[in-house]
Each structure stands twice: as structure tokens, then as C-alpha cells.
Design a protein around this ligand. Structure first.
Ligand code: 3AM
Length: 185
């Protein structure tokens, strides 16, 4: 199954951002991510063989236990090469990166292939099929500053890719498991 580790912002934080995103023009060629699936990716595992999942869960549980709870807030916006529009992350991002490193290491130790990309905390809002000028969106979200919240868990999310073949259909994300961070008990 296709899995990734993530931090899931609480509903009220998603709602605050949602209000701002609702005011943006839909834009041609932009595919907006589904609000219930808004997440901060920590590590992407790809297709994980069934027999590897128990070990991955164990390692993620340990990664969570070793990491203290920490505070974050969504703030501002940015883009990746005109292809992805995202909301920015503010607060204890060093702790978020540490959690991402641990989540990635958990996958690697299970033998899952993982490219070690520089970790850029973000919450993807929309993707563009071709390079698009996303500057107006980034500017419009510049003043967005969401309420801070305490990250208390590490989630394992299942990504169900669309099978219908309908262009533009989005993957469905489903929380498969979650572990309390060490300091959150
Ligand atoms: O929603 P964001 O951008 O945080 O981009 C994908 C998404 O991240 C990323 O995993 C998250 C859930 O799908 N992703 C998808 N395929 C990937 C890959 N091959 C990938 N990340 C790295 N390598």
C-alpha cells in the first residue's frame, strides 16, 4: 500500500486556512488538494510491501516516542517551481525537521527506498500540470497567519490513488495509524 508519514493539522487550523483558500480564484490548470487530506508530509514511502508494514509501524512508534511535542503555525505561502502552491509553516520547524528525519530513517531501516531531499516544510494547496505563475496566489496568502497548535502525534497516511481514470481526480488520504509524541503523553 502507498504510505507516507505526516503531521495532520487540527480541524480548526484547516478551517482557518480554508477560509482564505476559498477566496482565491480557481485558476486554470490548477488542481486543488482536498481539504480533509491537508497534511504536512514528513516522509514518503511509496508502495510498501504488506510484510514490511508491521516493522514500519514499530519504527514509527519509536520515532514518535523519542520526539517531544512541539508547536507550529501555518503562515504565508510559497511555491515549488510554478508546479505546487503551498502554505508555509512557522514555529518549531527544527523539531518538525527532526521528526521528518526520524520518519525517513524509519523507512530506510525497513529497506524502503527513500531519496534524501532537503526537507522543506509545507502544506500543498494546489498543483499545476505545467509551470504556472503562482505569484498572485503566494501574494494573496502572504498575510495569512494561522493559530498555533501543538503537534502531539505522528500519523501514517495511506494514499489511495484514483482508479477511475477521470482526469483531475485526486488521491484519497486515509489515516492508517498514529502515535503520540513522547512529550504528549
Ligand atoms: O502533499 P505533499 O506535497 O506534501 O508530493 C507528494 C505528497 O506530498 C509526496 O508524498 C505526499 C503524499 O502523496 N510524494 C508523492 N510521490 C512522491 C515521490 N515519489 C512523493 N515524495 C517523494 N517521492
Amino acid at each position: 500500500m502507498r504510505l507516507f508519514a505526516a503531521v495532520l493539522p487540527p480541524a480548526e487550523v484547516v478551517d482557518e486556512l480554508g477560509v482564505r483558500v476559498d477566496r482565491l480564484p480557481p485558476g486554470e490548470g490548477l488542481r486543488w488538494t482536498g481539504r480533509p487530506g491537508w497534511h504536512l508530509t514528513l516522509a514518503f514511502y511509496g508502495d510498501v510491501p504488506e510484510e514490511t508494514v508491521p516493522e514500519l509501524r514499530e519504527r514509527l512508534a519509536r520515532a514518535a516516542a523519542r520526539t517531544e511535542a512541539f508547536e507550529l503555525a501555518l503562515r504565508g505561502s510559497g511555491q515549488f517551481g510554478g508546479r505546487a502552491l503551498w502554505a508555509g509553516v512557522h514555529g518549531r520547524t527544527a523539531e518538525l525537521k527532526l521528526l521528518a528525519d526520524r520518519a525517513e530513517a524509519a523507512g530506510r531501516k525497513c529497506g524502503l527506498p527513500g531519496e534524501h531531499r532537503r526537507y522543506r516544510p509545507h502544506l500543498t494547496l494546489a498543483r499545476a500540470r505545467t509551470a504556472t505563475d503562482l505569484t498572485p496566489y503566494v501574494t494573496a496568502l502572504d498575510t495569512f497567519a494561522g493559530s498555533p497548535w501543538t503537534v502531539t502525534e505522528l500519523a501514517l497516511v495511506r494514499s489511495n490513488l484514483p482508479v477511475s481514470g477521470v482526469p483531475g481526480e485526486r488521491p484519497r488520504y486515509e489515516k492508517a495509524d498514529a502515535w503520540a509524541l513522547g512529550g504528549a503523553r
